[in-house]
Write a protein that binds this ligand. Structure first.
Ligand code: GDP
Length: 654
């Protein structure tokens, strides 16, 4: 064959295979000639010694190599998700290679599973393919309609109230509602509209979200809806800063929303507004009186003291923000709350953001749709239309949407149905797609031209650890990368932490603390990355690795079981044995164990002995009672929890 002809020495049996042992002539052997006919392509070294005929054949071949088109550029067209198989086909790659690449990135996916577009883009780039992202969204023109800058009009600010439990959030909302909202007419509709408008003493309107608490606020933000323009942080003057006050401040900061402090209960003899202001300084909140720019108003919600001053503070803040909307475009709104209502079907309290919503309008909202059959305002009265900034209850939905969903008025009913169906399908695809952690999300969205900031939520066992770790993390800061601590505190991980992490794509660092089963489930459900640690320097190492793009935790812990210590015995020379009951999973003799007291780690090590009834066993599982001792550790108490975990070695990711 031709190939044999090209092997040096095959035809020139001179015994000199000095150039290469054998094999085809490589591009390396080729030299370009002076451009005269066939001579333009010549050969180096031993390959020069060839017959004319073979040289001719070789030249033809070499020319083919030189003139062949470059490797075909593969373009992958990506919608929201793509199956591994389709991605491989689009790149003309073997499915196995794509699966392998995904595994290197820490993602297990079979060929029929779909992956999200960001991951697919990463993979495609790795294989040298060009990516074209397409927006297959139907009626994108209607879905992305923007307000007309020439038609902008001022609108009412939307305010939410947050603060520690019992500091007076509900009382404050009630005070505003009762003092200012026109009562519903007798026989009117007594539906509770979970947001209301207040006409202030000085004239302008304020809209209050009647869903107090930073949890709701952040839950909606996690769904992409920044509902409130301004937050009122209520702090009771007799209690000052409490844990949820701190939490609320963290949530406000993460959302980057302006806020006003309402120092409540100043009617109480023990009220100390000054202390509140000083304590706020500790949280780096500087009120105006302390030289900062945060407005603070001393009020009493129940005695109705200074409520007008609080209104003025809100209006002043709103004025600085120049809140406007275009009342003429087809309406855009957000769902505040939605439910099934007897006799009315699915109803939703919405907040109109743009345009004017009218009876008869057809709309899509989240994964459902509808036609406006009725509008009930916060005074319980039926109205014909609602303007931007106004809340209203809408009747006429096909199904119950989620809080935070966007509502958009469209041209025809069939369009609304089509968009809703498309979104439902997309949600289904997404549910089936292989999930990525919040950390992987962060990386997928990374823009190399900008500084990479890793948002962190830190929970530790004691204040000393919180401070030490915060300080150490603070030192990780360069032009390229840094961390932002959204929240740091003592105690176990809460559902609020997960919500905040999900909304901010943050990583939770748990130092010697744990999350209970419900919180762990929630974290899994919302793809929040919780990283458990018990050695301080490992945290900084890990964060540095994450930031340098080498997400390479050499070890990851997988929890395999939990048990409660229900009784204690002493055997032999003072070895304490714990009588335990399994609560979850399996305990294995060879795995690692931690002892947790109130979700705080007090021991980390190996099992001494594991016994079921009288026998030594390798593992126990399934709700049984058993006995165990710890390797060189005796300080046990009834009520302690045993956590059993295995350590998985993980290859470099991303
Ligand atoms: P929330 O948990 O933050 O919604 O707090 P609430 O509004 O339910 O108030 C908790 C308690 O504090 C209730 O018993 C209220 O009556 C009381 N409270 C609220 N505001 C004031 C106030 O300005 N002065 C006094 N003395 N009590 C108040």
């Amino acid at each position: 064959s031709d190939d044999e002809d090209l092997r040096p020495g095959n035809k020139f049996a001179n015994g000199k295979r000095d150039f290469k042992k054998s094999g085809k002539i490589s591009l390396h052997d080729i030299v370009m000639g002076d451009g005269e006919d066939d001579d333009e392509i010549g050969l180096r070294g031993a390959n020069r010694r060839r017959s004319e005929a073979s040289l001719k054949r070789f030249r033809e071949k070499a020319r083919a190599i030189f003139t062949a088109p470059a490797k075909v550029e593969r373009t992958v067209t990506l919608g929201d998700t793509i199956t591994v198989k389709d991605l491989a086909a689009a790149m003309a790659e073997k499915v196995g290679n794509v699966i392998k690449k995904l595994m290197e990135m820490g993602m297990m996916a079979s060929q029929n599973q779909s992956i999200d577009a960001d991951t697919a883009e990463l993979i495609a780039t790795e294989f040298g393919a060009t990516v074209k992202r397409v927006d297959a969204k139907p009626y994108a023109d209607q879905m992305e309609r923007m307000p007309d800058p020439a038609k902008l009009q001022p609108r009412a600010p939307v305010v939410t109230v947050v603060g520690h439990v019992d500091h007076g959030k509900t009382s404050l909302l009630d005070a505003f509602r009762n003092a200012n909202v026109v009562a519903g007419e007798a026989g009117g509709i007594t539906q509770h509209v979970s947001s209301y408008e207040v006409k202030t003493k000085s004239g302008p309107m304020i809209t209050f979200l009647d869903t107090p608490g930073h949890e709701t606020f952040t839950a909606m933000r996690a769904r992409g809806a920044q509902m409130a323009d301004i937050v009122v942080l209520v702090v009771a003057a007799n209690d000052s800063i409490m844990p949820q006050t701190v939490e609320a401040i963290n949530h406000i900061r993460a959302a980057n929303v302006p806020f006003i402090v309402a120092i409540n209960k100043i009617d109480l003899p023990e009220a100390n507004a000054q202390k509140v202001k000083l304590d706020l300084l500790q949280q780096e909140v500087q009120v105006e009186e302390m030289g900062g720019d945060v407005q603070a108003v001393e009020i009493s919600a129940t005695k109705k003291i200074n409520l007008d001053k609080l209104e003025d503070a809100i209006l002043l803040q709103a004025e600085m923000m120049e809140l406007t909307a275009d009342p003429e475009m087809p309406a855009v709104a957000h769902v505040v709350e939605a439910k099934m209502e007897k006799g009315l079907g699915a109803v939703a309290t919405i907040l109109v953001r743009q345009g004017t919503l009218k009876i008869g309008d057809v709309f899509v909202v989240g994964e459902t749709f509808g036609r406006v059959r009725g509008l009930i305002n916060s005074a319980g009265m039926r109205v014909k239309s609602v303007k931007p900034g106004q809340p209203v209850m809408v009747l006429g939905l096909d199904a119950v949407p989620n809080a935070g969903d966007e509502l958009r008025v469209m041209e025809t009913e069939s369009q609304t149905r089509e968009v809703a169906q498309y979104r439902m399908q997309k949600a289904r695809d997404k549910a089936n797609a292989v999930k990525r952690s919040s950390l992987e999300e962060l990386f997928a969205r990374r823009d190399d031209s900008k500084k990479l900031t890793l948002p962190i939520i830190l929970r530790a066992d004691v204040q000393g650890s919180v401070e030490a770790i915060t300080d150490m993390l603070g030192e990780i800061n360069s032009d390229k990368a840094g961390v932002e601590i959204l929240s740091a505190g003592v105690g176990q991980i809460t559902e609020g932490d997960i919500r905040l992490a999900a909304a901010s794509h943050a990583v939770i660092i748990a130092f010697n603390v744990r999350a209970d089963a419900a919180v762990r489930d929630m974290a899994r459900g919302s793809n929040v990355d919780i990283r458990y640690h018990s050695v301080v320097y490992r945290i900084t190492d890990e964060i540095k690795e994450i930031l340098s793009g080498k997400l390479a935790p050499e070890r990851r812990e997988n929890f395999i079981g939990y048990a409660d210590v229900i009784q204690l015995f002493t055997v032999g020379k003072g070895t304490r044995v714990a009588g335990c009951r399994m609560t979850e999973g399996t305990i294995k003799k060879d795995a690692f164990v931690r002892l947790l007291r109130n979700n705080v780690v007090i021991y980390d090590g190996k099992i001494g002995e594991l016994r079921r009834e009288k026998n030594e066993v390798k593992e126990v599982s399934g709700g049984v009672e058993f006995g165990m001792s710890f390797d060189k550790y005796n300080d046990l108490k009834e009520g302690d929890r045993v956590e059993c975990y295995e350590v998985e070695e993980i290859k470099a990711k991303l």
